[in-house]
Design a protein around this ligand. Structure first.
Ligand code: UD1
Ligand code: MG
Length: 465
Protein backbone atom coordinates (compact mmCIF):
# COMPACT_ATOMS: atom_id res chain seq x y z
CA UNK A 1 0.00 0.00 0.00
CA UNK A 2 1.33 3.43 -0.97
CA UNK A 3 1.63 6.03 1.76
CA UNK A 4 -0.57 9.10 1.74
CA UNK A 5 -2.90 8.18 -1.13
CA UNK A 6 -6.64 8.85 -1.26
CA UNK A 7 -8.83 7.29 -3.97
CA UNK A 8 -12.04 8.75 -5.41
CA UNK A 9 -14.17 6.47 -7.61
CA UNK A 10 -16.59 8.30 -9.89
CA UNK A 11 -19.74 6.21 -10.12
CA UNK A 12 -22.74 8.52 -10.20
CA UNK A 13 -23.68 8.20 -13.87
CA UNK A 14 -26.59 6.10 -15.17
CA UNK A 15 -24.76 4.84 -18.23
CA UNK A 16 -27.35 5.67 -20.87
CA UNK A 17 -25.85 3.35 -23.48
CA UNK A 18 -26.47 0.29 -21.27
CA UNK A 19 -30.20 0.89 -21.93
CA UNK A 20 -30.98 -0.33 -18.45
CA UNK A 21 -33.04 0.65 -15.43
CA UNK A 22 -30.06 -0.35 -13.33
CA UNK A 23 -27.08 1.97 -12.75
CA UNK A 24 -24.16 0.90 -14.93
CA UNK A 25 -21.74 0.22 -12.06
CA UNK A 26 -24.17 -2.37 -10.63
CA UNK A 27 -24.04 -4.55 -13.72
CA UNK A 28 -21.90 -7.63 -13.22
CA UNK A 29 -18.84 -9.05 -14.93
CA UNK A 30 -16.86 -12.01 -13.61
CA UNK A 31 -19.44 -12.54 -10.86
CA UNK A 32 -19.01 -9.13 -9.21
CA UNK A 33 -20.57 -5.77 -9.92
CA UNK A 34 -18.31 -3.38 -11.84
CA UNK A 35 -17.89 -1.09 -8.84
CA UNK A 36 -16.84 -3.99 -6.59
CA UNK A 37 -13.94 -4.78 -8.95
CA UNK A 38 -12.81 -1.16 -8.80
CA UNK A 39 -13.10 -1.01 -5.00
CA UNK A 40 -11.11 -4.27 -4.76
CA UNK A 41 -8.24 -2.72 -6.75
CA UNK A 42 -8.47 0.58 -4.83
CA UNK A 43 -8.30 -1.33 -1.54
CA UNK A 44 -4.82 -2.52 -2.45
CA UNK A 45 -3.66 1.08 -2.90
CA UNK A 46 -5.30 2.94 -0.01
CA UNK A 47 -6.93 2.06 3.34
CA UNK A 48 -10.74 1.90 3.32
CA UNK A 49 -11.15 5.19 5.20
CA UNK A 50 -9.34 6.92 2.33
CA UNK A 51 -11.49 5.45 -0.45
CA UNK A 52 -14.60 7.39 -1.53
CA UNK A 53 -17.24 6.55 -4.13
CA UNK A 54 -19.25 9.32 -5.75
CA UNK A 55 -22.76 7.93 -6.11
CA UNK A 56 -25.88 9.31 -7.77
CA UNK A 57 -28.06 6.98 -9.81
CA UNK A 58 -29.41 4.27 -7.49
CA UNK A 59 -27.10 5.60 -4.80
CA UNK A 60 -28.72 3.47 -2.11
CA UNK A 61 -28.25 0.22 -4.04
CA UNK A 62 -24.64 1.08 -4.82
CA UNK A 63 -24.04 1.72 -1.10
CA UNK A 64 -25.67 -1.60 -0.21
CA UNK A 65 -23.50 -3.45 -2.71
CA UNK A 66 -20.41 -2.02 -1.03
CA UNK A 67 -21.76 -2.37 2.49
CA UNK A 68 -19.27 -3.46 5.11
CA UNK A 69 -16.15 -2.41 3.23
CA UNK A 70 -15.70 0.72 5.31
CA UNK A 71 -15.35 3.11 2.37
CA UNK A 72 -16.91 6.59 2.28
CA UNK A 73 -19.66 7.84 -0.02
CA UNK A 74 -20.31 11.24 -1.55
CA UNK A 75 -23.68 11.89 -3.14
CA UNK A 76 -23.85 13.78 -6.40
CA UNK A 77 -27.57 14.32 -6.83
CA UNK A 78 -27.40 16.02 -10.22
CA UNK A 79 -24.71 14.68 -12.58
CA UNK A 80 -23.07 17.79 -13.97
CA UNK A 81 -19.89 16.17 -15.21
CA UNK A 82 -16.69 14.52 -13.99
CA UNK A 83 -15.22 17.83 -12.74
CA UNK A 84 -18.35 18.50 -10.68
CA UNK A 85 -18.34 14.92 -9.33
CA UNK A 86 -14.79 15.27 -8.01
CA UNK A 87 -15.45 18.77 -6.64
CA UNK A 88 -18.29 17.30 -4.53
CA UNK A 89 -15.68 15.33 -2.55
CA UNK A 90 -13.76 18.35 -1.33
CA UNK A 91 -15.21 18.45 2.17
CA UNK A 92 -14.46 14.81 2.93
CA UNK A 93 -11.18 14.44 1.07
CA UNK A 94 -9.20 17.70 1.09
CA UNK A 95 -7.84 17.36 4.63
CA UNK A 96 -6.02 14.12 3.75
CA UNK A 97 -3.61 16.03 1.48
CA UNK A 98 -0.99 13.93 -0.31
CA UNK A 99 -1.90 12.23 -3.59
CA UNK A 100 -5.40 11.79 -4.95
CA UNK A 101 -6.18 9.02 -7.44
CA UNK A 102 -9.33 9.26 -9.55
CA UNK A 103 -10.82 6.00 -10.84
CA UNK A 104 -14.02 5.23 -12.73
CA UNK A 105 -16.64 2.81 -11.47
CA UNK A 106 -17.13 1.46 -15.00
CA UNK A 107 -13.49 0.53 -15.58
CA UNK A 108 -13.15 -2.84 -13.79
CA UNK A 109 -10.11 -4.32 -15.55
CA UNK A 110 -7.66 -1.73 -14.24
CA UNK A 111 -5.24 -3.60 -11.98
CA UNK A 112 -3.91 -2.47 -8.62
CA UNK A 113 -0.38 -2.83 -10.09
CA UNK A 114 -1.13 -0.25 -12.78
CA UNK A 115 -2.62 2.15 -10.23
CA UNK A 116 0.44 1.67 -8.02
CA UNK A 117 2.72 2.45 -10.98
CA UNK A 118 0.70 5.62 -11.70
CA UNK A 119 1.12 6.68 -8.06
CA UNK A 120 4.85 5.95 -8.17
CA UNK A 121 5.34 8.04 -11.31
CA UNK A 122 3.41 10.96 -9.83
CA UNK A 123 5.16 10.79 -6.46
CA UNK A 124 8.59 10.83 -8.11
CA UNK A 125 7.76 13.81 -10.34
CA UNK A 126 7.00 17.45 -9.66
CA UNK A 127 3.94 17.38 -11.97
CA UNK A 128 0.55 18.63 -10.82
CA UNK A 129 -0.93 15.34 -12.03
CA UNK A 130 -0.17 12.20 -14.02
CA UNK A 131 -2.75 10.74 -16.39
CA UNK A 132 -2.97 7.23 -17.83
CA UNK A 133 -3.20 7.28 -21.61
CA UNK A 134 -3.12 4.67 -24.35
CA UNK A 135 -3.40 4.50 -28.11
CA UNK A 136 -6.53 3.09 -29.72
CA UNK A 137 -7.19 1.97 -33.29
CA UNK A 138 -10.56 3.69 -33.01
CA UNK A 139 -10.51 6.52 -30.45
CA UNK A 140 -14.11 7.63 -31.12
CA UNK A 141 -15.87 8.89 -28.00
CA UNK A 142 -12.75 9.34 -25.87
CA UNK A 143 -11.00 12.54 -24.86
CA UNK A 144 -7.84 13.06 -26.97
CA UNK A 145 -4.42 13.88 -25.55
CA UNK A 146 -3.07 17.01 -27.27
CA UNK A 147 0.70 17.37 -26.87
CA UNK A 148 2.92 20.36 -27.64
CA UNK A 149 6.02 20.31 -29.84
CA UNK A 150 8.11 18.94 -26.94
CA UNK A 151 5.67 16.09 -26.36
CA UNK A 152 4.19 17.53 -23.16
CA UNK A 153 0.41 17.36 -22.64
CA UNK A 154 -1.14 20.75 -23.13
CA UNK A 155 -4.79 19.82 -23.07
CA UNK A 156 -7.32 17.01 -23.19
CA UNK A 157 -10.07 17.67 -25.65
CA UNK A 158 -13.41 15.85 -25.58
CA UNK A 159 -14.85 14.26 -28.73
CA UNK A 160 -17.70 16.77 -28.95
CA UNK A 161 -15.38 19.79 -28.72
CA UNK A 162 -12.47 18.52 -30.86
CA UNK A 163 -11.34 19.97 -34.19
CA UNK A 164 -10.90 17.62 -37.17
CA UNK A 165 -7.10 17.52 -36.55
CA UNK A 166 -7.63 16.72 -32.87
CA UNK A 167 -10.09 13.97 -33.79
CA UNK A 168 -7.31 12.30 -35.77
CA UNK A 169 -5.24 11.87 -32.57
CA UNK A 170 -5.29 8.26 -31.43
CA UNK A 171 -3.79 8.75 -27.96
CA UNK A 172 -6.74 8.85 -25.57
CA UNK A 173 -7.46 9.88 -21.99
CA UNK A 174 -8.30 6.86 -19.83
CA UNK A 175 -9.87 9.15 -17.24
CA UNK A 176 -7.58 7.69 -14.56
CA UNK A 177 -5.38 10.28 -12.86
CA UNK A 178 -3.15 10.79 -9.86
CA UNK A 179 -3.19 14.39 -8.61
CA UNK A 180 -1.07 16.46 -6.30
CA UNK A 181 -4.16 17.07 -4.19
CA UNK A 182 -3.13 20.51 -2.98
CA UNK A 183 -2.92 21.80 -6.56
CA UNK A 184 -6.12 20.00 -7.53
CA UNK A 185 -8.18 21.70 -4.83
CA UNK A 186 -6.53 25.03 -5.59
CA UNK A 187 -7.66 24.96 -9.24
CA UNK A 188 -10.75 22.75 -9.44
CA UNK A 189 -13.23 25.58 -8.90
CA UNK A 190 -11.95 27.29 -12.05
CA UNK A 191 -13.52 24.54 -14.21
CA UNK A 192 -16.58 25.96 -16.03
CA UNK A 193 -19.35 24.24 -18.05
CA UNK A 194 -18.29 26.23 -21.07
CA UNK A 195 -18.53 23.44 -23.69
CA UNK A 196 -21.15 21.96 -26.05
CA UNK A 197 -22.35 19.47 -23.39
CA UNK A 198 -22.58 22.20 -20.69
CA UNK A 199 -20.76 19.86 -18.29
CA UNK A 200 -17.97 20.48 -15.81
CA UNK A 201 -15.19 18.52 -17.52
CA UNK A 202 -12.47 17.30 -15.17
CA UNK A 203 -10.23 17.16 -18.22
CA UNK A 204 -10.21 21.00 -18.29
CA UNK A 205 -7.95 20.92 -15.25
CA UNK A 206 -4.99 20.09 -17.51
CA UNK A 207 -5.15 23.44 -19.25
CA UNK A 208 -5.75 25.22 -15.94
CA UNK A 209 -2.59 23.64 -14.55
CA UNK A 210 -0.64 24.66 -17.65
CA UNK A 211 -1.78 28.26 -17.35
CA UNK A 212 -0.64 28.26 -13.72
CA UNK A 213 2.81 27.04 -14.78
CA UNK A 214 2.46 23.37 -13.79
CA UNK A 215 2.86 20.41 -16.06
CA UNK A 216 0.94 17.13 -16.32
CA UNK A 217 2.79 13.84 -16.71
CA UNK A 218 1.71 10.77 -18.65
CA UNK A 219 1.72 7.08 -17.87
CA UNK A 220 1.15 5.58 -21.28
CA UNK A 221 0.02 1.95 -21.38
CA UNK A 222 1.12 -0.15 -24.34
CA UNK A 223 -1.88 -2.47 -23.91
CA UNK A 224 -5.21 -0.62 -23.86
CA UNK A 225 -7.02 -3.65 -22.40
CA UNK A 226 -6.95 -2.47 -18.80
CA UNK A 227 -8.46 0.95 -19.31
CA UNK A 228 -11.38 0.01 -21.50
CA UNK A 229 -14.47 1.43 -19.83
CA UNK A 230 -17.78 -0.36 -20.20
CA UNK A 231 -20.46 1.58 -22.00
CA UNK A 232 -22.67 -1.08 -23.62
CA UNK A 233 -23.78 -4.63 -22.85
CA UNK A 234 -21.57 -5.85 -25.68
CA UNK A 235 -18.54 -4.46 -23.83
CA UNK A 236 -19.90 -5.91 -20.59
CA UNK A 237 -19.90 -9.40 -22.14
CA UNK A 238 -16.37 -8.89 -23.47
CA UNK A 239 -15.08 -7.86 -20.06
CA UNK A 240 -16.94 -10.74 -18.40
CA UNK A 241 -15.18 -13.15 -20.76
CA UNK A 242 -11.81 -11.68 -19.78
CA UNK A 243 -12.52 -12.20 -16.05
CA UNK A 244 -13.69 -15.78 -16.74
CA UNK A 245 -10.56 -16.57 -18.73
CA UNK A 246 -8.35 -15.19 -15.93
CA UNK A 247 -10.11 -17.34 -13.32
CA UNK A 248 -10.01 -20.66 -15.20
CA UNK A 249 -6.40 -20.04 -16.17
CA UNK A 250 -5.44 -19.37 -12.55
CA UNK A 251 -7.24 -22.55 -11.39
CA UNK A 252 -5.62 -24.68 -14.10
CA UNK A 253 -2.19 -23.37 -13.10
CA UNK A 254 -3.05 -24.30 -9.51
CA UNK A 255 -3.78 -27.94 -10.45
CA UNK A 256 -7.44 -28.11 -11.45
CA UNK A 257 -8.39 -29.89 -14.70
CA UNK A 258 -10.93 -27.90 -16.67
CA UNK A 259 -12.31 -29.44 -19.83
CA UNK A 260 -13.20 -26.92 -22.53
CA UNK A 261 -12.39 -24.02 -20.20
CA UNK A 262 -13.88 -21.49 -22.60
CA UNK A 263 -17.36 -22.85 -21.75
CA UNK A 264 -16.98 -22.81 -17.96
CA UNK A 265 -18.14 -19.96 -15.67
CA UNK A 266 -16.35 -19.64 -12.34
CA UNK A 267 -16.74 -16.63 -10.04
CA UNK A 268 -13.70 -14.84 -8.66
CA UNK A 269 -14.10 -15.98 -5.03
CA UNK A 270 -14.49 -19.72 -5.84
CA UNK A 271 -11.79 -22.03 -4.49
CA UNK A 272 -11.05 -25.48 -5.96
CA UNK A 273 -8.63 -28.16 -4.71
CA UNK A 274 -6.05 -29.95 -6.86
CA UNK A 275 -6.94 -32.85 -9.16
CA UNK A 276 -10.58 -31.88 -9.26
CA UNK A 277 -12.00 -32.17 -12.77
CA UNK A 278 -14.50 -29.61 -14.03
CA UNK A 279 -16.43 -30.62 -17.13
CA UNK A 280 -17.77 -28.36 -19.93
CA UNK A 281 -20.42 -25.72 -19.25
CA UNK A 282 -20.21 -26.02 -15.46
CA UNK A 283 -21.07 -22.84 -13.53
CA UNK A 284 -19.48 -22.49 -10.10
CA UNK A 285 -20.69 -19.32 -8.46
CA UNK A 286 -20.47 -17.10 -5.40
CA UNK A 287 -18.45 -18.24 -2.41
CA UNK A 288 -18.31 -21.93 -3.42
CA UNK A 289 -15.46 -24.03 -2.10
CA UNK A 290 -14.60 -27.38 -3.68
CA UNK A 291 -12.09 -29.84 -2.26
CA UNK A 292 -9.51 -32.05 -3.98
CA UNK A 293 -10.32 -34.99 -6.29
CA UNK A 294 -13.91 -34.01 -7.03
CA UNK A 295 -15.70 -34.21 -10.32
CA UNK A 296 -18.06 -31.41 -11.31
CA UNK A 297 -20.09 -32.78 -14.20
CA UNK A 298 -21.04 -31.04 -17.40
CA UNK A 299 -23.59 -28.22 -17.07
CA UNK A 300 -23.79 -28.34 -13.26
CA UNK A 301 -24.67 -25.08 -11.50
CA UNK A 302 -23.24 -24.74 -7.99
CA UNK A 303 -23.85 -21.62 -5.90
CA UNK A 304 -22.43 -20.64 -2.49
CA UNK A 305 -21.80 -24.25 -1.47
CA UNK A 306 -19.10 -26.26 0.24
CA UNK A 307 -18.11 -29.50 -1.46
CA UNK A 308 -15.55 -31.60 0.40
CA UNK A 309 -12.90 -33.84 -1.19
CA UNK A 310 -13.70 -36.75 -3.50
CA UNK A 311 -17.30 -35.76 -4.25
CA UNK A 312 -18.74 -36.85 -7.58
CA UNK A 313 -21.32 -34.46 -9.00
CA UNK A 314 -22.79 -35.84 -12.18
CA UNK A 315 -24.00 -33.72 -15.11
CA UNK A 316 -26.92 -31.27 -15.00
CA UNK A 317 -27.07 -31.04 -11.21
CA UNK A 318 -28.00 -27.74 -9.47
CA UNK A 319 -26.76 -27.10 -5.94
CA UNK A 320 -27.42 -23.97 -3.86
CA UNK A 321 -26.11 -23.09 -0.36
CA UNK A 322 -25.42 -26.70 0.58
CA UNK A 323 -22.64 -28.64 2.27
CA UNK A 324 -21.61 -31.96 0.73
CA UNK A 325 -19.22 -34.13 2.71
CA UNK A 326 -16.46 -36.21 1.20
CA UNK A 327 -17.16 -39.21 -0.97
CA UNK A 328 -20.80 -38.33 -1.64
CA UNK A 329 -22.21 -38.70 -5.13
CA UNK A 330 -24.92 -36.45 -6.50
CA UNK A 331 -26.87 -36.50 -9.75
CA UNK A 332 -27.17 -36.58 -12.70
CA UNK A 333 -30.12 -34.18 -12.81
CA UNK A 334 -30.36 -33.71 -9.05
CA UNK A 335 -31.46 -30.47 -7.42
CA UNK A 336 -30.23 -29.50 -3.97
CA UNK A 337 -32.18 -26.32 -3.55
CA UNK A 338 -30.92 -24.69 -0.36
CA UNK A 339 -29.42 -25.38 3.06
CA UNK A 340 -28.87 -29.09 2.60
CA UNK A 341 -26.22 -31.16 4.31
CA UNK A 342 -25.22 -34.40 2.64
CA UNK A 343 -22.97 -36.45 4.90
CA UNK A 344 -20.01 -38.59 3.83
CA UNK A 345 -20.63 -41.28 1.24
CA UNK A 346 -24.34 -40.49 0.77
CA UNK A 347 -25.87 -40.85 -2.67
CA UNK A 348 -28.44 -38.59 -4.29
CA UNK A 349 -29.48 -39.88 -7.70
CA UNK A 350 -31.30 -38.60 -10.75
CA UNK A 351 -34.35 -36.37 -10.42
CA UNK A 352 -34.09 -36.12 -6.64
CA UNK A 353 -34.82 -32.73 -5.06
CA UNK A 354 -33.63 -31.80 -1.58
CA UNK A 355 -34.59 -28.70 0.38
CA UNK A 356 -33.37 -27.93 3.91
CA UNK A 357 -32.58 -31.61 4.32
CA UNK A 358 -29.85 -33.50 6.10
CA UNK A 359 -28.87 -36.82 4.52
CA UNK A 360 -26.95 -39.02 6.93
CA UNK A 361 -23.70 -40.77 6.06
CA UNK A 362 -24.19 -43.55 3.54
CA UNK A 363 -27.91 -42.74 3.04
CA UNK A 364 -29.30 -43.18 -0.47
CA UNK A 365 -32.07 -41.58 -2.50
CA UNK A 366 -31.39 -43.04 -5.91
CA UNK A 367 -34.24 -41.78 -8.08
CA UNK A 368 -37.20 -39.43 -8.38
CA UNK A 369 -37.82 -38.16 -4.84
CA UNK A 370 -38.64 -34.92 -3.03
CA UNK A 371 -37.14 -34.60 0.45
CA UNK A 372 -37.90 -31.28 2.13
CA UNK A 373 -37.34 -30.11 5.74
CA UNK A 374 -36.12 -33.61 6.57
CA UNK A 375 -33.52 -35.22 8.77
CA UNK A 376 -32.55 -38.57 7.31
CA UNK A 377 -30.34 -40.88 9.36
CA UNK A 378 -27.29 -42.90 8.38
CA UNK A 379 -27.69 -45.64 5.79
CA UNK A 380 -31.37 -44.93 5.18
CA UNK A 381 -32.67 -46.08 1.81
CA UNK A 382 -35.23 -43.84 0.16
CA UNK A 383 -37.11 -45.63 -2.62
CA UNK A 384 -37.89 -44.12 -6.00
CA UNK A 385 -40.85 -41.75 -5.99
CA UNK A 386 -40.79 -41.01 -2.25
CA UNK A 387 -42.29 -37.63 -1.42
CA UNK A 388 -42.21 -35.74 1.85
CA UNK A 389 -45.43 -33.73 2.05
CA UNK A 390 -43.82 -30.92 4.02
CA UNK A 391 -46.36 -28.18 3.32
CA UNK A 392 -49.99 -28.11 4.46
CA UNK A 393 -50.84 -24.96 2.55
CA UNK A 394 -49.98 -22.76 5.54
CA UNK A 395 -46.87 -24.07 7.26
CA UNK A 396 -43.85 -26.25 6.57
CA UNK A 397 -43.40 -29.40 8.67
CA UNK A 398 -40.48 -31.70 9.37
CA UNK A 399 -39.90 -35.37 8.55
CA UNK A 400 -37.45 -37.47 10.55
CA UNK A 401 -36.23 -40.86 9.43
CA UNK A 402 -34.06 -42.88 11.81
CA UNK A 403 -30.83 -44.64 10.86
CA UNK A 404 -31.07 -47.74 8.69
CA UNK A 405 -34.77 -47.30 7.83
CA UNK A 406 -35.99 -48.54 4.44
CA UNK A 407 -38.61 -46.39 2.73
CA UNK A 408 -40.27 -48.34 -0.08
CA UNK A 409 -40.84 -46.83 -3.49
CA UNK A 410 -43.61 -44.33 -4.07
CA UNK A 411 -44.16 -43.63 -0.37
CA UNK A 412 -45.89 -40.42 0.67
CA UNK A 413 -44.66 -39.18 4.06
CA UNK A 414 -47.14 -36.62 5.40
CA UNK A 415 -45.23 -34.30 7.73
CA UNK A 416 -44.88 -33.78 10.60
CA UNK A 417 -43.98 -37.44 10.84
CA UNK A 418 -41.29 -39.56 12.42
CA UNK A 419 -40.07 -42.90 11.10
CA UNK A 420 -38.08 -44.93 13.61
CA UNK A 421 -34.62 -46.37 13.05
CA UNK A 422 -34.44 -49.71 11.27
CA UNK A 423 -38.14 -49.70 10.27
CA UNK A 424 -39.65 -50.56 6.89
CA UNK A 425 -42.23 -48.56 4.97
CA UNK A 426 -44.07 -50.71 2.46
CA UNK A 427 -43.98 -49.44 -1.12
CA UNK A 428 -46.84 -47.17 -2.09
CA UNK A 429 -47.73 -46.24 1.51
CA UNK A 430 -49.19 -42.96 2.68
CA UNK A 431 -47.68 -42.45 6.13
CA UNK A 432 -49.44 -40.04 8.48
CA UNK A 433 -48.70 -41.56 11.89
CA UNK A 434 -45.36 -42.13 13.63
CA UNK A 435 -43.65 -45.44 12.81
CA UNK A 436 -41.79 -46.99 15.79
CA UNK A 437 -38.26 -48.31 15.35
CA UNK A 438 -37.80 -51.74 13.76
CA UNK A 439 -41.46 -52.06 12.68
CA UNK A 440 -43.17 -52.41 9.30
CA UNK A 441 -45.73 -49.80 8.29
CA UNK A 442 -48.22 -50.41 5.48
CA UNK A 443 -50.39 -47.50 4.52
CA UNK A 444 -52.22 -48.62 1.42
CA UNK A 445 -55.27 -50.64 0.33
CA UNK A 446 -54.75 -54.39 0.31
CA UNK A 447 -54.44 -55.89 -3.15
CA UNK A 448 -57.52 -57.70 -4.41
CA UNK A 449 -57.13 -60.32 -7.15
CA UNK A 450 -60.18 -61.62 -9.03
CA UNK A 451 -59.17 -64.76 -10.91
CA UNK A 452 -60.55 -65.22 -14.45
CA UNK A 453 -62.23 -61.79 -14.36
CA UNK A 454 -60.58 -60.50 -17.53
CA UNK A 455 -61.15 -63.59 -19.58
CA UNK A 456 -64.84 -63.70 -18.64
CA UNK A 457 -65.26 -60.06 -19.62
CA UNK A 458 -63.75 -60.69 -23.04
CA UNK A 459 -66.08 -63.61 -23.62
CA UNK A 460 -69.14 -61.58 -22.62
CA UNK A 461 -68.19 -58.86 -25.09
CA UNK A 462 -67.70 -61.41 -27.90
CA UNK A 463 -71.18 -62.95 -27.24
CA UNK A 464 -72.73 -59.51 -27.54
CA UNK A 465 -74.04 -59.33 -23.98
C1 UD1 B 1 -14.53 10.63 -19.72
C2 UD1 B 1 -13.46 11.69 -20.00
C3 UD1 B 1 -12.76 11.37 -21.31
C4 UD1 B 1 -12.18 9.98 -21.25
C5 UD1 B 1 -13.23 8.95 -20.89
C6 UD1 B 1 -12.59 7.62 -20.62
C7 UD1 B 1 -14.28 13.76 -19.04
C8 UD1 B 1 -14.90 15.07 -19.32
N1 UD1 B 1 -14.09 12.99 -20.09
O1 UD1 B 1 -15.51 10.72 -20.72
O2 UD1 B 1 -11.74 12.30 -21.57
O3 UD1 B 1 -11.60 9.64 -22.50
O4 UD1 B 1 -13.91 9.34 -19.69
O5 UD1 B 1 -13.55 6.63 -20.38
O6 UD1 B 1 -13.95 13.49 -17.91
N2 UD1 B 1 -19.55 10.51 -13.57
C9 UD1 B 1 -20.03 10.96 -12.35
N3 UD1 B 1 -20.73 12.14 -12.32
C10 UD1 B 1 -20.92 12.89 -13.43
C11 UD1 B 1 -20.43 12.41 -14.65
C12 UD1 B 1 -19.75 11.22 -14.70
O7 UD1 B 1 -19.87 10.31 -11.32
O8 UD1 B 1 -21.54 13.96 -13.31
C13 UD1 B 1 -18.84 9.22 -13.60
C14 UD1 B 1 -19.55 8.18 -14.43
O9 UD1 B 1 -20.44 7.41 -13.63
C15 UD1 B 1 -18.39 7.35 -14.96
C16 UD1 B 1 -17.25 8.33 -15.03
O10 UD1 B 1 -17.60 9.42 -14.22
O11 UD1 B 1 -18.04 6.30 -14.07
C17 UD1 B 1 -16.99 8.82 -16.46
O12 UD1 B 1 -18.12 9.46 -16.94
P1 UD1 B 1 -18.57 9.34 -18.46
O13 UD1 B 1 -19.81 10.12 -18.63
O14 UD1 B 1 -18.57 7.93 -18.87
O15 UD1 B 1 -17.38 10.12 -19.19
P2 UD1 B 1 -16.94 9.92 -20.67
O16 UD1 B 1 -17.85 10.69 -21.55
O17 UD1 B 1 -16.72 8.50 -20.97
MG1 MG C 1 -17.49 6.62 -20.23
Amino acid sequence: MEPNVTVVILAAGLGTRMKSKQAKVLHQAGGLSLIEHVVNSASRIAPANRIFAVVGHQAERVRQTLDGRGIGFVEQIEQKGTGHALAMCREQVEAFGGLLVVLYGDCPLLSAETIAELVRIQSESNAAATVITTELEDPTGYGRIVRDADGNVCLIVEQKAATPEQLAIREINSGIYCFNSELLWKHIDAITPDNPAKEYYLTDIVELFRCAGHHVGIHRLADPGEVLGINTRVELAEVDAIFRQRKVRQLMLEGVTIRKPETVTIDAAVRVGIDTVIEPFAQILGATEIGEDCRIGASCVIQDSRIEAGVDILPFTCIGTSHIESGASIGPYARLRMQNHVAAGAHIGNFVELKKTRMGAGAKAGHLAYLGDSVIGENVNIGAGTITCNYDGIKKHATQIGAGAFVGSNSTLVAPVEIGAGSYIAAGSVITDPVPADSLALGRAREVVKPEWARKRREQKRDGC
